[in-house]
Design a binder for this molecule. Sequence first.
Ligand code: FAD
Length: 458
Amino acid sequence: MNDLQQTLDQLRTALGATAVLTGAAISQRHYSDWTGHAPACPAALLLPSSTQQVADALRICNAAGQSVVPQGGMTGLAGGAVPRETDIALSLERLRGIEEIDSAAATVSVWAGTTLQEIQQAALDAGFLFPLDLGARGSCQIGGNIATNAGGNAVIRYGMTRDLVLGLEVVLADGRVLNLLNKMIKNNCGYDLKQCFIGSEGTLGVITRAILKLAPLPGETTTLLCALPDYASAVSLLRRLQRSAGTPQAYELMWQDFFRLGVSWLENPVPPMSDEHPLYVLFESAGPREVLEQTLEAALEAGEVIDAVLASSHTQARALWKIREATGEFPLRMTPLNFDVSLPIGQIGEFAELCRQRLELRWPGNHSVYFGHIGDSNLHLTVDCNSLPQPAPILEIEELVYTAVGELGGSVSAEHGIGLLKREFLHHSVDDQARQAMQQLKDCYDPRGILNPGKILG
Ligand code: FAD
């Protein structure tokens, strides 16, 4: 009997035969994540249904030196959950459910395989908001959200996933269970170990349970679209709004090219204002409408805003959001190469110009669009590969963009993680010393290197 067969036998004894699948019994959705990158049928798929089973599985694999790839909802955009044929995939989908909502502490305790949408709904039913929100909410799991430190739609107000996690239970590569569960806001008992696992993309441990912060339900929101003369105005308007109208729920900047594209794809492609302005911002606030109107008047007087539309109904607000949601059409209408990068907010305008110039110099006439959650220092840039010589020089474009990110002190990954797809570009944002320190942390928690090998650090 070969080593793999022996390991599988031990896993079947520990977890039960129905929790250890091989070959055709493994659904193809475990072959790759949302990117469809390098699909492969793993050597086995484990479906543990308790922390103890996760611990047993990892202990057995670690002893055998068998690599394990943790898998959540497979909606990742960096290839982090993609297995090789020699890996064993470990899915958290059977560790699912809400354990408790503590209304006094304003926390929810959940199993790692619970979908984000289930947690949002449970919070709502209890009169709270769980503010993490992203397009994949129906499929992504909270364990995956934590492992990627997901961002999403409400970061400007509530922070990244890291800011919403109070406690974790994690199984280490050798099967030890770390109980880091905690409901308290203040807790300074030594190193905050849970932070190591948030954003570690399954390379340091398997998250099995979490305690998350809940927020009060927001009141009515007001949606506003403004045309701006330049990037500096986008930043000063944001600060003005924060000073007077409170922390926004959203602050979505669209460069002219993106705005025009978004409008042209509307059912009724009539822009809500002239499409000749350099920049547009979609802003959403939960503060009093009168305060927002006064702030807007002051911004118009100061020349920060050229034109504005204040939505007067939910339908009008939805119509404005439709322009920003053009990104959902990208895969249908172009061959998009998407970038998700971060820069200090003051440098984002300069970065967009630099990229545009360098792309134009290298591939004249190419089509790229710029938009982003700039209040979170996050810019998205999409290059339409149909506008480039074929086959599209993907690697060269990536190198061009990430080099510019590095030059301006930015991050090659704002919210999607590094996984496999950005591994070659990590050095633009993380220097040698810091990468060595990351490797030391990996060696400490996973000395045999069995957890998600090849992800983040290679
Ligand atoms: P997977 O894709 O299954 O795994 C992601 C990584 O986490 C892998 O490295 C995996 O090994 C690891 N992992 C998963 N579960 C565990 C666990 N329990 N313990 C340890 N490691 C684990 N992301 C954003 O940040 N913001 C967005 O706005 C956003 N929007 C999206 C919209 C759409 C339509 C789609 C398809 C994706 C979007 N994403 C976004 C990306 C993706 O949804 C997030 O990265 C999400 O957090 C991944 O969760 P998942 O459960 O699908 O994880």
